[in-house]
Write a protein of this length. Structure first.
Length: 299
């Protein structure tokens, strides 16, 4: 079971130097990954300061030597695939092949897309996401890409250099559980990063039962995807071979290592491969992240 940290690109986490320090401390303390949100605007509460996630991730790459890192998650449909391929390839090469690419629709479509006058209909955004991932996989390959989709076009283009990781960086698909449609998408790629939300208060509250249901469902979809291999780039070339990551975000306390270990062990027993300590854009969260990082992973 791998363990990592996930922080917003908002509020107290907008200073790249402070995020770089967190990442450096996380690696020293034995954590396995460090991940950053990707928002341009944030629609909740008073106006927030926002940092560019790719700048933050560049500092993480430079500050560390071992841990995996990446965006969790990037709304692919609001980015041009050519620019995104350049950014991700540069980060993967800068880090010696440690990038993980988290991708999804976006947390709130009216904010992520409607702010800029772009379509917010979920089906269209989902189709744009799938086309964007297909183009990215082709560009990362270093081979000639000639793509004609409903929304995207890439005409006779070859992107070099390629990422260090072959055939490409791992792709984790984000979703809000219990929405099952993204699990079908994730089954064609390398992992699923669900947010398991408590419907009573909106808090992130993963349970072993929910994780087990996610694992069982995505396993069925993966089996179906393997039978139809060749129709999707993700099913043709899994970045991690047979490895499929189930990435669960939650929160454990730094002062009760036994309770933290018990929580994470139950999630691992349900089939998760990663546990991420997630932090929010609220006052005091940077200090809380620093304290949790220095206490070490729940092992």
């Amino acid at each position: 079971m791998h363990s990592g940290i996930c922080v917003p690109n908002l509020g107290e986490f907008v200073d790249p130097r402070r995020v770089m320090d967190l990442a450096r401390r996380a690696e020293t303390a034995g954590w396995d990954g460090f991940f950053v949100w990707d928002h341009v605007v944030f629609p909740y509460g008073p106006a927030q300061e926002v940092a560019d996630p790719w700048v933050l991730l560049t500092t993480v790459a430079l500050a560390t030597e071992r841990i995996r890192f990446g965006p969790l998650v990037t709304p692919v449909a609001r980015r041009r695939p050519g620019s995104l391929a350049r950014q991700t390839t540069s980060l993967d090469r800068l880090s010696g092949g440690r990038l993980v690419f988290g991708a999804g629709l976006g947390w709130t479509l009216p904010a992520e897309y409607g702010t800029w006058g772009e379509p917010v209909e979920p089906r269209e955004v989902a189709l744009r996401l799938d086309e964007g991932l297909a183009v990215l996989a082709g560009l990362w390959s270093g081979e000639r890409v000639d793509f004609r989709g409903e929304y995207l076009t890439a005409t006779d283009v070859t992107f070099l250099p390629t990422p260090v990781q072959r055939p490409r960086p791992p792709v984790w698909i984000g979703c809000n559980w219990p929405n099952r449609l993204p699990l079908r998408r994730a089954a064609r790629w390398d992992g699923i990063a669900p947010m398991i939300i408590n419907p009573r208060d909106g808090s992130v509250e993963p349970t072993a039962a929910a994780v087990a249901e996610i694992v069982a469902t995505v396993s069925e979809y993966r089996a179906a995807a393997e039978q139809g291999a060749g129709s999707e780039p993700g099913s043709r070339q899994r970045a991690g071979g047979e490895v499929f990551d189930v990435v669960i975000t939650g929160r454990t306390g730094p002062d009760e290592p036994g309770a933290a270990r018990e929580t994470v062990e139950s999630i691992a027993a349900a089939g998760a491969t990663w546990w991420l300590e997630g932090f929010r854009p609220a006052p005091g969260e940077y200090a809380a992240a620093l304290r949790r990082i220095e206490a070490g992973p729940p092992r």
